[in-house]
Design a protein around this ligand. Structure first.
Ligand code: EPZ
Length: 424
């Protein structure tokens, strides 16, 4: 298993570019099943999760080619609506093909997703929405099956603005008979990107980015090639902003959509960071010591849960005590124990973490427990004294495209060590 060795103490300086958004490209790849032709998707990040989603698409019969950061999906050969369990176990987001398979075949069969290191991750809201469109779902032996004689538009109210449920229902409703309205829809920018992709293939989706999305079902989607460029990754951008702040550096982060990272910019400014923004860039410096602050993760446009571990690393070194409330996931504090090994002073009470800032963190042997927790440990390592060794970095590779290379370009002393004999 690869590991990262991070030598702390270097102030990051320079300019870094953000890759395409993981949480936009995965639903867009799933939607590539819907039409009967080629989808040409640009600005695709090189991530493990993208590799898994390619295997998912190939498992249902699509042909997929990747040329650099361009993905070409030919769905004219899609001929199966069943997903193998090994793929679904690897990545929860593989369930994003349920809606597209239901739209194309009127049916789907997939594995019930397991929990993961940030919580139980149920899909009841996905299934309730798909049932409103006429799918009869049944569960057994760990599988879920949806059957219908064709989907019919309906009104759907989500108990919670679930990102994945919103995306699955949007895809399923594209070719349903009649109109679908999704109320209390998720408003994340990745939903807007999916809407734009669906409409580029001839669907009729309106309202993404707001809490009511309207879909007018169409009989057939375009089979001529559709092209789309994925939006930049706002969570990667936020992670780099924290990297600049935690090392007391001066970093320009390029190729972003500033509006998408506003929730992070405003909180970092409250903590004393100086952030200027100009044509698709932000520049982050921190004159003096970062100040403690309170955070509550919320659906977009609130503070993103995917930035919670990273901001906790930063608050571990802040002046004062911070209260961090995780309102989205029921168990997204696995990084706390690892930060404590580095000297962080953090108390957890249910979904609230109380972080008392210390003067310094020290290098330690730690392990990544999920994607963003791993990123948080890299950030803490960049600021800690001595060396930090991070195990299980495949979690980081799931969502970051060569993170260590990007930070080395900013002066960080960070190397990847491949454990060639594969032992733990
Ligand atoms: C998406 O996950 C993202 N993943 C997550 O990013 C992100 O943290 C999350 O949205 C919230 O923003 C992708 O887009 C691939 P949800 P998703 O459905 O769709 C509960 C990362 O690090 N819920 O909005 O699975 C659920 O348990 C990853 O990049 C139900 O109860 O998130 C959670 O508590 C992590 N029933 C909350 O809603 C359901 O049917 C939010 O989940 C669905 C969700």
């Amino acid at each position: 298993m690869d590991k990262l060795i991070v030598m702390g103490g270097t102030r990051l300086k320079g300019s870094i570019s953000v890759s395409g958004a993981k949480n936009a490209v995965l639903p867009i790849m799933a939607a590539g099943i819907l039409n009967d032709g080629e989808s040409i998707i640009h600005n695709v990040p090189n991530l493990e999760d993208v590799k898994v989603m390619i295997k998912v698409l190939e498992a249902v019969g699509a042909k997929v080619k990747k040329e650099g950061t361009t993905l070409i999906i030919d769905s004219s050969t899609v001929n199966s609506y069943e997903l193998s369990d090994s793929l679904v176990r690897k990545m929860r987001a593989s369930n994003l093909v349920m809606g597209a398979l239901a739209a194309k075949f009127g049916t789907f069969k997939t594995l019930y997703p397991g929990g993961c290191n940030i919580g139980s991750r149920p899909i009841d809201l996905h299934l309730k929405g798909l049932e409103r469109l006429g799918l009869k779902t049944s569960e057994g032996h760990g599988y879920i099956e949806g059957k219908s004689s064709g989907l019919v538009g309906n009104s759907i109210h989500l108990d919670f603005p679930s990102v994945g449920a919103t995306e699955n229902i949007m895809m399923a409703a594209c070719m349903a008979k009649g109109k679908t309205i999704i109320r209390n829809a998720a408003r994340e920018p990745e939903i807007v990107d999916l809407q734009n992709f669906l409409n580029s293939m001839g669907a009729n989706v309106k309202g993404a980015g707001l809490d009511v999305i309207k879909i007018e079902g169409v009989k057939k989607l375009k089979s001529s090639p559709v092209e789309h460029t994925v939006i930049p990754d706002r969570i990667e951008a936020g992670t780099h902003m924290v990297a600049a702040a935690i090392t007391g550096g001066d970093v320009e982060i390029k190729n972003i959509i500033v509006e998408h990272v506003e929730p992070v910019i405003s909180k970092l400014r409250e903590c004393g960071a100086s952030i200027s923004n100009y044509n698709n860039c932000v520049r982050v410096t921190v004159p003096g010591r970062i100040r403690a602050n309170d955070f509550r993760t919320l659906p977009y446009p609130g503070f993103p849960t995917d930035m919670q571990p990273q901001i906790m690393a930063l608050m571990s070194l802040a002046q004062g005590t911070s209260v961090i409330s995780e309102s989205i996931f029921d168990n997204r504090f696995k990084h706390v124990d690892e930060l404590r090994r580095m000297g962080a002073d953090i108390k957890v009470e249910g979904r609230v973490a109380i972080v008392t800032g210390t003067e310094r963190l020290t290098g330690a042997f730690v392990e990544a427990t999920d994607l963003r927790a791993g990123a948080a440990l890299v950030l803490a390592g960049l600021a800690a004294e001595d060396a930090t060794v991070i195990e299980n970095i495949y979690h980081i590779d799931r969502g970051y495209d060569n993170l260590e290379k990007k930070y080395s370009q900013l002066g960080a002393k960070i190397i990847r060590v491949s454990n060639l004999n594969g032992s733990n």
